[in-house]
Each structure stands twice: as C-alpha cells, then as structure tokens.
Ligand binder design. Structure first.
Ligand SMILES: Nc1ncnc2c1ncn2[C@@H]1O[C@H](COP(=O)(O)OP(=O)(O)OP(=O)(O)O)[C@@H](O)[C@H]1O
Length: 370
C-alpha cells in the first residue's frame, strides 16, 4: 500500500534547478492517495518557474508510477493567480533551521492553497469545533477541560487553538515550550495532561499581535490542520474565536468537521448570540452536536447556598426549542478560573466541577462524538 510518507520520500529525491527538492521547497499541495491514484499540485511562483520545474514534475511522475500499488499519477503545476491589489505569493522559501527556544521558522498566515472540498485531517477520526456566539462565556475553558476529561476516559484527544485573536490554550494547559519543526515544514505539537496541543499562540512571539483577515487566516488554518503531526486521534477539539467570522466560515468549508458544540451562559444576551452561532453552523451544513450551559449554578464555598447568577436552565430550554441535544452544565466556580490561570485544568483533579466535565465527556463518548 502506498502511503503519504512513501510518496513524499520519492518526491524528496527530485532535485530542483535552484537547489533543494520538491518537499523541502514546500511546493506540494493537496496531496491525495486514493485507491492507487496519487494526485497533487506543485505550486510555483510564476509561469517562468513552471517551465523550469517541468522536468522535475516529469521525474516525480515517473518515480511515483514505479511505486508498488500505484495505478496512476496526476501532477499539476500551478502558479497562483494575482488579482489587483493583492500581493503576489512569494517564492516558496527554503526551510531555515529552528533556533532554540524560538518559534519554528514557518511562513504562517500564507495565502491558502487550492483544495477540492472539505478535507479530512490524517489520523484524526473526529473533528469537533467548540463555538459560542458571545466572547467570554467560557468556550476556551470548556475546550481545555473537556479535552482533559476525555483523555482521562482513555480517548486520544487533541486541541487546535484556532482562537487566533486571543489564543489561551497554552496558558490553560500550562504549556510553555515551542513546537519543533525539524524539517521546516511539519510541526510537532506539544503534549499536556494527556492532550496533544497546537495553538497559533505557540507560533508567534510573545506579545505579538496577529492582525490577519480572510485569506491569510485560511492559509494559517490550513497549515495548522495539515502540517501539524497530530498522530492518531479519536477526537480533535477546535477552540474557535467567538462569533461568526472568517475562521468559522473557513473551517466549515475546508475541513471535514464532525460537528460543533455551542457553549453559552444561561443569560438572555448570551443566548441570543448562541442562537446566531447555531444558525451559522446550520447554514454551513455543519451538524450542531449539542449545547452546554457554562457558569450555570454558583454554590457558595462558605455556606453551601446555591445561587443562579446568570439564570439557570436557559441553555437546556434553548436546546429543547431548537430540537438539539443538551450535553450538560458546568457550575460557576472560582476553582475553574484559578486552575485555568495556573495551567492545571480543574478536570485533571477531583471534585464536583471535575465530575461535571467528566459527565460531559461521558455523554460525548456514549453519543459516539468522541
Ligand atoms: N465555569 C466557570 N466558573 C468560573 N469561571 C469560569 C468558568 N468558565 C470560564 N470561566 C472564566 O471566565 C473567563 C472567560 O473564559 P474563557 O476564556 O474560557 O471564555 P471564552 O469564551 O473562550 O472567551 P474568549 O471569547 O475571550 O475567547 C476566564 O477567566 C475563565 O477562567
């Protein structure tokens, strides 16, 4: 059986006129291997480069045809079209060595590469986006704790922190290292509390603001999904930015999403925005797997009195009204914030809040979502 690695190994043998090879020059796009048919695109900066690289394309085709199990090979050379007012894509850079303690020198936020329809992520069985309409309702906290709870139940879990405007997963999971990129192309994710993690926050310098929109975001997300060595995962949770913007749109259109989970507080204002998020996923034909109520009940640690600061039951009622599954609720508890800030998610410990996350995780496993 031909797999991606054996194809790439052949492509590494194809030397380019300006040095390097097809793989190290980061020119291979949209590689698929399906029933013995190998297809991909070689992306070149312009027509002149395409002419010079044509012999390399022919050599790659010949090499791949000789691989056992390969029925046919289709390699297309493309130069990105340049529209008015849009910068031309630069020539593919040669990978540079990664300096110790620094982010890998990858060109993140590049223009997206063409792809046919939503793509799966290699080795990942399910991709579930965690979304919210409103910011600050606890979407990132839920993602981190749910991932840890699922890992404790024996699931192989990853998190992609796609909250590009405010990546918080590294802090919540206590990850401080930088991902390695030994070949300047693939990215090795980090591990914490049994969870495989990749975040845009791990590729930028501390304090660096990210001001990408539209196409650059798409390219960055494509890279996160395609270049990170996720390994074999039962579920990859994607921590989305709040709202219904470019990231959500790109993700739903370009990735084989299993579905989305919407988190909201029971407050009316949050619910209005959650409804908007649900509507967006429905329009984008992404199944909404369920709703979660966060900051549901507050139990006074001193006297045990139960208080509903943001109301209670609003999300369950919304789920009923929309005929969507209600996955459960997480109490408002100081330990959630403190543990999130300290990098040791509350779900990694014991107690009523950890139990609430464990119960959510059990429901997901029972429902075939994880
Ligand atoms: N159940 C909870 N109990 C107490 N505090 C919580 C709870 N859930 C979240 N928080 C706290 O609320 C704040 C916002 O949470 P979080 O960052 O997860 O929200 P978010 O929806 O991802 O926000 P953003 O829109 O900024 O990405 C954090 O300080 C977090 O620790």
């Amino acid at each position: 059986m031909t797999d991606r690695e054996s194809v790439l190994a052949e492509l590494r043998k194809v030397a380019l006129p300006d040095g390097g090879d097809l793989v190290s020059a980061d020119m291979i796009r949209a590689l698929t291997i399906d029933a013995g048919v190998v297809r991909f695109v070689i992306e070149v900066p312009d027509a002149e480069a395409a002419r010079r690289i044509e012999p390399a394309r022919a050599q790659a085709e010949a090499l791949l045809r000789d691989l056992p199990g390969v029925q046919s090979v289709s390699i297309v050379l493309t130069a990105p079209t340049t529209t008015r007012g849009q910068a031309k894509a630069p020539a593919a850079p040669q990978p540079a060595a990664q300096a110790p303690g620094q982010p890998p020198s990858l060109t993140i936020g590049r223009h997206p590469t063409p792809q046919a329809g939503p793509q799966p992520v290699k080795g990942v069985a399910r991709i579930v986006a965690i979304g919210s309409g409103k910011g600050g309702v606890g979407k990132s906290t839920l993602t981190a704790n749910l991932a840890v709870a699922l890992a404790r139940q024996g699931r192989r879990v990853g998190i992609l922190d796609a909250d590009i405007y405010g990546p918080s997963q590294p802090r919540m999971l206590g990850v401080t290292g930088r991902p390695a990129s030994p070949d300047g192309h693939s990215i090795q994710p980090l591990q914490a509390h049994g969870v495989t993690l990749m975040s845009m926050g791990l590729l930028t310098k501390d304090g660096e603001a990210i001001v990408w929109r539209g196409p650059m975001l798409m390219g960055a997300l494509q890279q996160m999904l395609g270049q990170v060595m996720w390994g074999e995962l039962d579920i990859l949770l994607i921590d989305l930015p709040p709202g219904t913007g470019d990231v959500q749109l790109t993700l739903c259109q370009k990735t084989n999403l299993t579905g989305a989970i919407i988190v909201s507080t029971p407050q009316d204002v949050a619910l209005i925005d959650a409804r908007r998020a649900i509507d967006m996923f429905v329009k984008l034909k992404t199944p909404v797997l369920g709703l979660v109520e966060n900051m549901s009940t507050y139990i006074c640690p001193n006297c045990g009195h139960e208080e509903h600061l943001f109301g209670h039951g609003g999300v369950a009622a919304e789920a009923r009204a929309q005929n969507l599954p209600f996955l459960g609720e997480v109490p408002l508890d100081l330990s959630v914030r403190l543990s999130g800030d300290s990098g040791l998610p509350v779900a990694a410990g014991d107690g009523p809040v950890a139990d609430a996350y464990a119960q959510l995780a059990r429901r997901m496993v029972a429902g075939g979502m994880a």
